[in-house]
Structures are given as C-alpha cells and as structure tokens.
Design a protein around this ligand. Structure first.
Ligand SMILES: C[S@@+](CC[C@H](N)C(=O)[O-])C[C@H]1O[C@@H](n2cnc3c(N)ncnc32)[C@H](O)[C@@H]1O
Length: 207
C-alpha cells in the first residue's frame, strides 16, 4: 500500500513553503505569548523549520520515517533544533497534560476513520493548555468529480479510501460543518474558512 513514506522516499521534500496563512498565525502566536508548539504530522518539516526560525520551541511527530529523516537533515542544514519523532496520531501522544501553548496540523488528521480522529482530538485537547490555540486544516467536503480518478470508496459515513492514485489505500475523512463543531466541541472556534489551497482551515482556542 503506497503511503506518505513512499511519496517522501520517491519525491523528497514535497512541501517546502509554509502554508499561506502561517505568517498571520505566527503573529497571533507571538501576541498570545505562545512558546511551545506541537506540529502533528509534520511531513518533511516545513512548519518545524518555519517556526523554529522564529524562535518558537518546536515539537512534532509524524508516522513517516523518511519524513523524519528529511526533517532532521533540514534542521541540521539550517543549524536549528527541534524535538521531532516518529509516532502515530491514533496512539496516546508522548507528552504530559497541558504541555503545549499551540498545536498545528496541516492536512493530516483526516487520514483516519472517525473513531481514531476522535481519539486524536481528545489527545490534542489533553496536551494543550487551557486557552491554547489550534490551527488545523483538512480537505473540504469531497468536490464532485474532482477525485474521480482516485476511485474513492466510502468505508463509513464521510470516510473514503482511494482505490487508485498517489494516496491509494489511505483513509480520507471529509468533515461536514456540523462534524467540525461536534468533533471540536471543547474549543471556541474563532475561524472556520476555506484557505487559498481550497482546504478547510480552523482556528480555535481550548475552552
Ligand atoms: C499531506 S502530508 C502533510 C505534511 C505536513 N503537515 C505539511 O503540511 O507539509 C500528510 C502527513 O500526515 C502524515 N500522517 C498520515 N497518517 C498519519 C498518522 N496516522 N499518524 C501520524 N502522521 C500521519 C504523513 O506521514 C504525512 O507526513
């Protein structure tokens, strides 16, 4: 089954520039005196590098060994350090309660079935401080026709597995707006919007 580890092994650093809204998010983090940030599913490290350069204390995990080695290499090339590791988001996060000031996750948490997504969000809530900030993106509701070539097969309500294409075999959950409110009910959602990459972004504060 191809997965992101294969994609990174074949293509290297697939994403290099930060998400288009990260400058604004970093400014908000500074205004709110954020120090420790967790990046869930950091890929090949673009946001680990971006925030480390701005002097935030960066932590992250990702399921991909190749993603981890490319991130470590990039950190070393830049003379930066961050606490990065391999870990899966459907397993208990290896951090204490109320540890982080902010958590980001860009195009990651939808790669699971709802039961596991709920667990991931409960872990996000556990390791984030009260008034801590989340900035999370995931794909918008399946655009009709857009993914026809992926031959998406529905395996549970709103969760699909592509039968073809680069992400063949990987679950993709497409959140409805109602689900976003339900799943993130322990957060005050300040913003829910479509970003320029045609993904849905949420910005919230832990209640
Ligand atoms: C679309 S990439 C995004 C990478 C990165 N967030 C970025 O914006 O550059 C999805 C990432 O999610 C990671 N991922 C997928 N399933 C995961 C899981 N169950 N636990 C942890 N990471 C996972 C993949 O290894 C991959 O790095």
């Amino acid at each position: 089954m191809p997965d992101w580890d294969d994609i990174f092994s074949e293509q290297g650093k697939v994403f290099t520039d930060p998400h288009q809204d990260m400058e604004r998010i970093a400014k908000l983090f500074k205004e709110r005196s954020v120090r420790k940030i967790l990046d869930i599913g950091f890929g090949t490290g673009r946001h680990i590098i971006f925030f480390s350069k701005l002097d935030f204390e960066m932590y992250g995990f990702d399921a991909s060994p190749k993603g981890l080695s490319l991130t470590k290499q990039w950190l070393s090339e830049e003379g930066l350090s961050a606490k990065v590791m391999n870990h899966r988001m459907e397993e208990r996060f290896p951090y204490d309660d109320n540890y982080f000031d902010a958590i980001i996750s860009i195009q990651v948490i939808h790669h699971n079935k709802m039961k596991d997504i709920l667990f991931t969000v409960s872990e996000i809530t556990r390791v984030l401080k009260k008034d801590g900030i989340i900035f999370i993106t995931f794909p918008k509701w399946k655009i009709k026709g857009k993914r026809d070539d992926w031959k998406l097969k529905e395996i549970e309500k709103n969760t699909y597995i592509p039968q073809a294409g680069p992400e063949k075999g990987l679950p993709h959950h497409f959140f409805t707006l109602d689900e976003i409110h339900d799943v993130f009910s322990s957060f005050n959602l300040l913003e829910i919007y479509d970003d320029k990459g045609r993904h849905r972004a949420i910005l919230g504060v832990k209640i």
